[in-house]
Design a protein. Structure first.
Length: 353
């Protein structure tokens, strides 16, 4: 006699989940990660907007005085920290706190374009150019089992391939990045030229042609490549030094192995922060150059002179401007200072100052 009832085993077995929008597990995971990054970006965007204004040299709020080491060191003038800057901007702008989300639509699309292009370019290289940068040897090998030459070849291959992928991703995302920067930059002059991402793209293409969508892309690419090669170089040197340190040779093998893995983790965690100061000046130049040709107030005197190319901009900013916005706190004003109508001191970053 047959029974149509489910057995206990069948009932206990989990139902097979239908794929989301017909995607496989890998694509679904990537989509969820992208959505999570956009959510995080929505929270951090006020700091991005604040930092962009700082990079453009917009410092409209009064300076304070203090010590360079908080309680010690020499006396110095300090710009408002990033959070104070954002608060004062929101309190003084007609839009209120919503002003801090200016350009978020463009920033989100830049993030999406960058992530999907990175994924596509990585897959394309793996499928069509698997030996670009060298043969795929020792990819999963423990660092301690490699010679210096083998480790160097692995690091070199990774740097070459990462450079190719990052280059494609930077160019794919740049038009959205340019619109985002200009949306934020127009706050300086109280303008409303770039209303949203799609309208902004049309305006730039109409007024400046296709090249306008890539304003400032070369210094951004320089910043990205400095990060790629710097991180790989420092990581290679640090990990080779770690293998010679004997940290994994203690009597307690389990503890020694744990210490080694922790040291490796710290290397990968801190290396980008070590390299970042070397790439940051190019990020500032990229932001300033993104506004060249825009017709916005910030692209003209007295805010900025006319730049023929990004090298001119780099030279102009070299004395005091290449580290604009590099710090969130203890932002020392190293340039000129002027007295405002309210008798308070202000940073004077304008060209004629």
């Amino acid at each position: 006699r047959y029974c149509n009832c489910l057995t206990m085993a069948d009932a206990a077995a989990p139902a097979e989940r239908e794929p989301l929008l017909g995607m496989d597990a890998e694509e679904e995971k990537f989509l969820k990660e992208t959505a999570a990054k956009i959510a995080v970006s929505s929270v951090t965007h006020p700091l991005l907007a604040t930092k962009t204004l700082m990079q453009l040299g917009h410092e409209p709020f009064a300076l304070s005085t203090g010590k360079t080491l908080i309680v010690a060191g020499r006396n110095a003038y300090f710009l408002p920290n990033a959070f104070s800057y954002a608060k004062q901007l929101a309190e003084t702008h007609p839009s209120g706190w919503s002003v801090l989300m200016t350009g978020f639509d463009s920033a989100a699309l830049a993030l999406i374009a960058g992530r999907y292009t990175t994924r596509w370019a990585t897959k394309y290289l793996n499928d069509h150019y698997p030996e670009m940068g060298g043969k795929a040897e020792f990819e999963e090998e423990d660092e301690r089992k490699l010679t210096d030459e083998q480790s160097f070849r692995r690091a070199l291959r990774a740097a070459i391939r990462d450079s190719a992928v990052r280059t494609v991703a930077v160019f794919a995302a740049r038009p959205f990045t340019v619109v985002c920067i200009r949306q934020i930059a127009q706050l300086i002059g109280g303008e409303g030229k770039y209303l949203n991402v799609m309208q902004g793209l049309r305006v730039i293409h109409t007024e400046e042609g296709f090249g306008g969508l890539f304003s400032g892309v070369i210094p951004q690419l320089c910043a990205e490549l400095i990060m790629v090669w710097g991180v790989h170089a420092v990581t290679f040197a640090a990990e080779r030094a770690l293998t010679r340190s004997g940290i994994d040779q203690g009597e307690d093998k389990e503890k020694a192995e744990k210490d080694y893995k922790e040291a490796q983790r710290l290397i990968h965690l801190f290396t980008p922060h070590i390299v970042a100061p070397f790439s940051y000046p190019y990020s500032v130049v990229s932001t300033v150059m993104a506004c060249v040709g825009s017709g916005l107030v910030v692209s003209f005197l007295p805010y900025n002179p006319t730049f023929n190319n990004w090298q001119d901009c780099f030279s102009y900013l070299r004395p005091h401007g290449l580290k604009r916005g590099a710090r969130l706190f203890l932002r020392e004003q190293s340039g000129a200072v002027s007295v405002g109508m309210d008798k308070q001191l202000y940073a004077s970053n304008k060209h004629f100052a």
